[in-house]
Design a protein around this ligand. Structure first.
Ligand code: ADP
Length: 329
């Protein structure tokens, strides 16, 4: 393999993995520069966790060459393990221990000198806003607190490469934003490399320098978020009208993407920023068109998959994480 390892924190070529007849990864290439955030985007079951498990030495690939933090994943798994941190859906947090005890245990496992352990735990508890909960058992923590503790535990070993497997799935929007700030801070302050998996386009967009989209075992797109968003197109705005006459008049007046005559709704292109929403509403007001409801739709995983593959991300489960925002009226 010819990847420049001085620059690459993670490099893989022709990575393959199957379970029986089920091909999960069908030839994946990765080249992730040190000090960057890479997001692997895909729906449930796409194989994201499998990639993380292979790169973090938890399971073996069937084929492919991989290097993480300069070490060969197959030949030197111990070196890889010493250089990485992994947090994921199967968290390392012990429910019966307090937050502080969990961190002290990690410090012990990482063979930190005894005199440094308490200080390291205290620093991490403070940094992750867990000082008040430090003496409470982890089982009493909220979802957001658990994720923060899990990430704090990962940092005890001072990893250069961190794998975050769906770090905000199941969190409320506020806890999700807190995690985003923490993750960005790690990269900006410490120059670590982050490999993130997510089902949320918005999350990949906020955090990643580059995004790759996993579909049927292959990467169907790879590039900076702007590039992906350009391919996906902007969002749209849905307008619903109570009076069919208003609906018809609006359909004649506006640049309509699609219409639903039965529901009296129109979709028009738009990003939902305040200035363009105000201009839209002014335009409808001037034409004396009464709009009953307005929704802003930011592009989500389904839009990515429709744009890239012509198929929705979750055909069996169209209920995707919500990205509809309630109206400003
Ligand atoms: P994601 O993280 O994107 O949700 P996963 O990597 O967990 O996806 O799973 C990818 C596919 O591999 C799924 O269809 C899953 O059922 C299958 N899979 C994962 N682990 C195993 C296993 N140990 N045995 C059989 N199939 C598995």
């Amino acid at each position: 393999m010819t990847t420049d390892l001085g620059r690459s924190a993670i490099a893989a070529t022709a990575l393959r993995k199957a379970y029986g007849d089920h091909v999960v990864l069908d030839g994946i290439d990765l080249d992730i520069p040190a000090g960057s955030v890479f997001a692997l985007l895909g729906p449930n079951g796409a194989g994201k966790t499998t990639v993380v498990q292979i790169l973090s030495t938890l399971i073996r690939a069937d084929e492919g060459e991989m290097r993480v933090a300069g070490h060969d994943v197959v030949r030197d798994p111990d070196e890889v393990r010493g250089a990485i941190g992994v947090t994921g859906q199967f968290s390392a947090v012990d429910n019966f221990l307090t937050g502080e005890e969990n961190l002290l245990l990690m410090a012990c496992l990482n063979r930190l000198p005894r005199r440094e352990r308490r200080q390291t735990a205290a620093d991490l508890l403070e940094r992750f806003d867990l000082t008040d909960a430090a003496r409470k058992p982890a089982m009493t923590y909220s979802g957001g607190m658990r994720r923060r503790l899990d990430l704090a535990m990962t940092l005890v070993g001072r990893p250069r490469v961190i794998f975050l497997d769906e770090p905000t799935t199941g969190l409320d929007p506020r806890s999700r934003r807190t995690m985003w700030e923490i993750i960005r801070g790690l990269v900006n302050d410490e120059g670590v490399t982050i490999f993130l998996t997510t089902q949320y386009l918005e999350e990949a967009d906020r955090l990643a320098d580059r995004i790759a989209v996993l579909h049927r075992g292959r990467l169907v797109a790879e590039g900076p978020p702007e590039e992906l968003k350009r391919q996906v197109g902007g969002g749209h705005i849905t307008l619903r009208f109570a009076d069919p006459r208003d609906y018809e008049q609006a359909a004649r007046t506006l640049d309509v993407v699609s219409r639903d005559d039965e529901a009296c709704t129109l979709q028009i292109p738009g990003r939902g920023d305040v200035r363009s929403l105000r201009a839209l509403l002014d335009r409808l007001d001037h034409a004396s068109i009464a709009v009953d409801e307005l929704r802003v739709h930011t592009p989500d995983l389904d839009d990515v998959f429709l744009a890239l593959t012509g198929n929705p991300a979750n055909p069996a489960n169209p209920a995707n994480p919500a990205t509809e925002q309630e109206p400003a009226r």
